[in-house]
Design a protein. Structure first.
Length: 400
């Protein structure tokens, strides 16, 4: 029987209020009668007596004892071999077993313990001693059943939660945009952390002349962070901020700051970088709310950090978010990313910083179709693990 089946069976036994249940195996009926008399004033002790040792294992499966009392000398079965049989059976291997013997023989006692017995009594012991040993061994076994029951309930709860979190992560990923192959090319890499995170990004056409892109990062992890990131992402790409010109990054961030005030969203905030490219002027206008700068990699190889001073979104009402503008030569690449792309721990080295990440990006300049894979792999190599503590989000746009 599998380990899972064993635990299920134990849990079923534990469900019977964990009463003390004694299985006595002895070929002499007088022993059964004597033990029954000893226990008759103990109403919480349930005794089941059999004289046929060949039925011992099957009876234990059905009765589910909390302790087994077993004679050593019985016809048809060697008592010490039966001890081994109990220990090798999945459903009885952990049940306390007390050997009953007619003699106090140290060698036999030692062999019984070697075979797996928990205790040894010369029959018939004093009533007080027998009841004390029954209660002692049953209490330990019942405690183990209760522990397993609690562990299995916790494990089931954790598995259900993990499944729900994975479902939520899959849903968030399904909302991320498809790459574009056009005058403006887009591609991205997203490596979620072990916990459900709050990164989201996207891009969309505002009109024939203006193309917007953004990346946001909600504080913390979990369902709350994911829900907030999805809500903010949909607000932006559906342009549902009333009266806001989505061609003006500063106005977009100011409106988001009012719409997503921390006190109305479980004290959660997010950072964001938002930019709008004007096809006619070839200018990129951008603004940041507490977010890392983006990198504009020009055809000749220079890298500009596109940064503005802006607070986190939701932190304080009435805040202005200054915007800036830069020229975008044909063939330039824009990299927008979350801090999880570079704030990674490194074995025996300080945490990676923005400048380290910029060097990794610079090393992949050009139109290599595998460049984002190489950047991601390099960060994973530096981290020493393919899994990150925080979401790794990297959005790249090529302006043709």
């Amino acid at each position: 029987m599998s380990d899972h089946a064993v635990l299920v069976h134990h849990d079923q036994a534990a469900a019977h209020q964990h009463g003390i249940r004694i299985l006595l195996i002895d070929d002499q009926a007088m022993i059964g009668a004597a033990v029954k008399r000893m226990l008759q004033e103990e109403p919480d002790l349930e005794l089941h007596f059999i004289t046929d040792p060949l039925q011992a294992i099957d009876t234990a499966h059905e009765f589910r004892p909390t302790v087994i009392l077993q004679d050593l000398v019985m016809p048809g079965v060697e008592g010490l071999d039966l001890v081994v049989d109990f220990r090798q059976d999945d459903l009885t291997s952990e049940i306390p077993l007390i050997v009953l013997s007619s003699k106090e023989e140290p060698k036999v006692k030692a062999e019984a313990f070697t075979r797996g017995a928990n205790d040894y009594l010369v029959k018939l012991p004093d009533k007080v001693e027998l009841i004390a040993r029954i209660r002692y061994h049953s209490a330990g076994y019942i405690a183990a059943l209760q522990r397993n029951e609690a562990f299995n309930a916790l494990k089931a709860s954790q598995q259900a939660l993990a499944a729900e979190l994975q479902e939520a992560a899959d849903f968030v990923r399904s909302l991320l945009p498809e790459p574009i192959k056009a005058a403006i090319e887009t591609e991205w890499r997203f490596v979620p952390s072990t916990a459900l995170g709050g990164d989201a990004f996207g891009y969309f056409e505002i009109d024939d002349d203006h193309f917007a892109c953004f990346l946001l990062d909600v504080c913390g992890h979990g369902v709350g962070a994911a829900l907030l990131s999805v809500s903010a992402m949909n607000t932006i790409r559906n342009e549902t901020l009333p009266g806001v010109d989505f061609r003006e990054p500063g106005a977009v961030l100011a409106a988001l700051n009012e719409a997503y005030a921390m006190e109305r969203h479980n004290n959660m905030y997010f950072t964001i970088w938002y930019g709008v490219f004007n096809r006619g002027s070839r200018q990129l206008r951008y603004a940041s709310g507490g977010h890392p700068p983006s990198f504009l990699v020009k055809p000749e190889g220079g890298i500009d950090q596109l940064r503005t001073q802006g607070m986190i979104i939701g932190g304080m009402p009435g805040v202005n978010f200054p915007a800036a503008t830069c020229d975008v030569p044909a063939g330039s690449w824009l990299y927008v990313f979350s801090d999880g792309a570079y704030e990674v721990t490194r074995p025996n080295l300080p945490m990676m910083e923005l400048e380290d990440f910029m060097e990794v990006v610079a090393a992949q300049n050009g139109d290599d179709p595998t460049k984002l894979d190489k950047i991601t792999a390099e960060i994973q190599r530096a981290h020493g693990d393919e899994q990150f503590e925080d979401d790794f989000s990297l959005l790249a746009l090529k302006f043709g």
